[in-house]
Design a protein around this ligand. Sequence first.
Ligand SMILES: [Zn+2]
Length: 181
Amino acid sequence: MELILILGPMKSGKSFEMISHFMPLSYTNIGFGIYQPKRNVRDENVWSRNGFNIAAEKIISIEEIVNEPLEVVGIDEIHMFEEKDAATIEDLLKKGIKVVASGLDMDYRGEMFPIVKKLFELSPQRVDYKRAVCELCKKPEAIYTQLYQNNIPILGGLPPVVPEDGTYEYKPVCRHCFKKS
Ligand SMILES: [Zn+2]
């Protein structure tokens, strides 16, 4: 079945895009489920910053849902899942399940997350590349998510997935404003 990716930096409207995919399904008989990684500490059972919410279940591994009787699966914050979970997504596709996955494509160093690379190898039907407003120059061209501590960009030394526990500040930035190590 088809795989759709919704990718982009922080604050690029990815959750809103997910909701537009799934909201209409709640009026149909189509079996769907929306999942989030347990590692996501920002949200409770629902997501989106702009008032629209859909219930999402927290899972540790995509393996947990492989036997669910679903026709469409939504996976939020896909970059927080392990690389090996891409193989499970392939299993879902082979079973005829449609998968819509959204998340960051690149980590704070501007490197693509391993699971996202693996999903590209599954040849998605469509990739919605979202852009955010660059928090430095205010152009609507942000493609990276830069990590700041005390207004200084962090260029390395952290794992690719850094928890949003308030230690660091995340800023969407454009190609010109992004600092690489
Ligand atoms: Zn900029």
